[in-house]
Design a binder for this molecule. Structure first.
Ligand SMILES: [Zn+2]
Length: 191
């Protein structure tokens, strides 16, 4: 099998989930064997992108001592989460189909950090990344799928502010065990 064959397998996996059509396979470079597969299982767990599922599957099945002998094929450029996981594992090469900018152009939500930028910030690994493998085939395959549901921005920032506001009130007005609380500690985060 060659690069395109592996990517075809990743695309086939991706197309099993039309709402989130992203798939990945991990290949043992020396034997050419596909050792793990994954496709997006967002509904089960928001971190279950195709690459994450494939990496976890590979770990479960093979307990690899040396991940550098594996290559990962993924239909789309890995997001920062997946690229970080790839680096932490130590996978040797990554081949992807379509790019993050293309997905953004098609209104798929993406964190705007390229995989190459994540690699550039990881001095302890030397992962190679190659894009554009069967890109037109994959782009055409997903063109008719509805875009993923828009996710609202997280409200955690405002919750944190309220929490810190309450904390700062108590720290300013009460003391613990007879000692004055460090009033400026929480307040410093707010003002
Ligand atoms: Zn991802």
């Amino acid at each position: 099998m060659n690069h395109e064959d592996y990517m075809r397998k990743a695309i086939a996996l991706a197309l099993t989930v039309p709402a989130f059509p992203f798939g990945a396979v991990i290949v043992k470079r020396v034997t050419g064997e596909i050792v793990a597969e994954g496709y997006n299982q967002f509904a089960l767990n928001p971190t279950f992108h195709g690459e994450m599922v494939a990496i976890n599957r590979c770990a479960e099945l093979h307990h690899p001592a040396d991940w550098s002998e594996f290559d990962l094929y993924t239909t789309a450029e890995p997001c920062p989460m997946c690229q970080s996981a790839i680096l932490w594992a130590g996978i040797g090469c990554v081949y992807y189909g379509t790019s993050i900018p293309y997905l953004q152009k098609r209104h798929w939500q993406q964190i705007n950090i390229r995989a190459s930028a994540v690699i550039a910030q990881t001095a302890f690994r030397n992962t190679t990344i190659v894009g554009g493998i069967l890109e037109p085939v994959y782009d055409l395959s997903i063109a008719h799928f509805p875009k993923q549901h828009l996710v609202k921005k997280s409200a955690c920032t405002s919750h944190l502010s309220i929490h810190l506001l309450i904390s700062s009130f108590f720290l300013r007005h009460f003391s613990f065990f007879g000692r004055t609380a460090p009033a400026n500690f929480a307040a410093s985060y707010l003002f």
